[in-house]
Design a protein around this ligand. Structure first.
Ligand code: HXC
Ligand code: NAP
Length: 295
C-alpha cells in the first residue's frame, strides 16, 4: 500500500523491538527502507530479531543496517548509553517508537508496591527516559542548525489509557501518563520540528500478551465484544506506524489513533448490547411500537 522505500533515509529506534509488535513494526519499517535500532533486556532475543530484520530489509534497498543494544528503559543511564550507541552507529536518528512494556492482570487489592512500580517504571518512566534522551539530542541539533534536525516519536498506548480497565491498574495509569506526555510535548517541542503521536491498539496476538493477560476462555469473550470479531493483524499495526513515522504524516501531531476494530466504542455505547437481538426480535418491537401508536 506504500510507495517503495517510503522510509528510506530514516533511522528508527524501537524499544522492545526484539519481540511481538515491536519486532513486527521494525520488520515493516525495514521493508520500507529504514535503518533500524532495537533495544530490550535480552541480548539473544535482540540478536535473533536483528538478523531477521536485516534479511527483510535486504529486499528494499542495499542493505538496511540494524543496531541493537541491551538496555533497561527504566534506567536513565542505560538509556543514555544505548541512545549514544545509536547516534554513533548512524550519526542521526529520525524516529523513536516507545513500545517496551510490561503488564499482568491482578486484583488491585493484591498488588504489591513493587508490582505497581515495575509496570509504571517500564511503561511510563521508560517512555519518558527514551523520549527525553532523543529529544535533547534533536533539540541540540535543531538549535545548532544541523541538516538532520527534527524527529518523531510514536508511543504505543492502549484504549484503556482513557477508559481505564479493571485488573490492569498499573498499566492503565502508565499508558494514560504516556498519552499525557505525548500531548504535552506535541505542543512544547513542535518548534523544534519534533512531532509526537500515539496509537491505541486493541488485541493483537503476541506471545507475551497471551501468556500474561488471557486466562482460559477470555479470548472468546473478548472477541465477542469486538465488532469485527477478530484480533488485529501485525501488519495492520506496522502499516499505521509506518504512515505515522513517514514524511506523509507531517501535519499529524499530538494524536492518538485507535486500531481496535471498534472494540472500545462497542463497549461504550449505551445500546450496543442490542446487537444480540435477532431480526424477529426487531419485528416484534416494531409491531409493539405500532400498536402503541394506534392507542
Ligand atoms: C501480581 C506480579 C505478577 C502477577 C509480577 N508481579 N507478575 N504481581 N501478579 N502476575 C510482581 C512481582 O511479584 C514483583 O513484586 C514485581 O511485580 C516485579 O516482578 P519481577 O518479575 O521482579 O519484575 P520484572 O522482571 O521487572 O518484570 C515483571 C513483568 C514481566 C513486567 C511482569 O514479567 C513482563 O514484562 N511480563 C510480560 C510482558 C507483557 O505482558 N507484554 C504484553 C503487553 S500487552 P514483589 O513485590 O513480589 O517484589 C499490553 C496491552 C494489553 O500491555 C492490551 C491487550 C488487549
Ligand atoms: P511484548 O512482546 O512483551 O513486548 C514488550 C517488549 O518490551 C519486549 O521485547 C521486552 O523485551 C521489552 N521490555 C520489557 N521491559 C523492558 C525494559 N525494562 N527495558 C527494555 N525493554 C523492555 O508485548 P507486545 O504484545 O508486543 O506489546 C508491545 C506494545 O504494544 C506494548 O507497549 C503493549 O503495551 C502494547 N499493546 C499490546 C497489545 C496486544 O494486544 N499485544 C494491545 C495494546 C497495546 P525484554 O523482556 O527482553 O526486555
Amino acid at each position: 500500500m506504500f510507495q517503495k522505500n517510503l522510509l528510506k533515509d530514516k533511522v528508527i529506534l524501537i524499544t522492545g523491538g526484539g519481540t511481538g509488535l515491536g519486532r513486527s513494526m521494525a520488520l515493516g519499517f525495514a521493508e520500507l527502507g529504514a535503518d533500524i535500532a532495537i533495544c530490550g533486556r535480552r541480548k539473544d532475543v535482540l540478536e535473533e530479531a536483528a538478523k531477521e530484520i536485516e534479511k527483510v530489509g535486504a529486499h528494499s534497498r542495499a542493505p538496511v543496517q540494524v543496531f541493537y543494544d541491551t538496555c533497561d528503559v527504566r534506567k536513565p543511564d542505560e538509556v543514555e548509553k544505548m541512545v549514544d550507541g545509536v547516534f554513533k552507529k548512524f550519526g542521526r536518528l529520525s524516529g523513536l517508537v516507545n513500545n517496551a512494556a510490561g503488564n499482568f492482570i491482578c486484583p488491585t487489592e493484591y498488588l504489591s508496591p513493587n508490582g505497581f512500580d515495575a509496570i509504571v517504571k517500564i511503561v511510563l518512566y521508560g517512555a519518558f527516559n527514551c523520549t527525553q534522551a532523543v529529544g535533547k539530542r534533536w533539540i541540540g541539533a535543531y538549535t545548532a542548525g544541523g541538516p538532520a534536525a527534527g524527529g518523531r516519536v510514536l508511543s504505543i498506548c492502549t484504549t484503556y489509557a482513557w477508559t481505564g480497565s479493571a485488573f490492569v491498574v498499573p498499566s492503565a495509569c502508565a499508558k494514560a501518563g504516556v498519552l499525557a506526555m505525548t500531548q504535552s510535548l506535541a505542543v512544547e517541542w513542535a518548534k523544534y520540528k519534533i512531532r509526537l503521536n500515539a496509537v491505541a491498539p486493541g488485541p493483537f496476538k503476541t506471545e507475551q500478551a497471551w501468556n500474561n493477560l488471557m486466562p482460559e476462555g477470555f479470548e472468546e469473550k473478548m472477541l465477542k465484544r469486538n465488532p469485527l470479531g477478530r484480533t488485529g493483524k501485525h501488519e495492520e499495526l506496522a502499516n499505521l506506524a509506518s504512515y505515522l513515522m513517514s514524511d506523509q504524516a507531517e501535519y499529524i501531531n499530538g494524536e492518538c489513533v485507535t486500531i481496535d476494530g471498534g472494540e472500545w466504542i462497542q463497549g461504550a455505547g449505551e445500546f450496543n448490547g442490542l446487537l444480540d437481538l435477532t431480526p424477529e426480535d426487531w419485528m416484534k418491537l416494531k409491531m409493539k411500537a405500532e400498536g402503541m401508536k394506534k392507542k
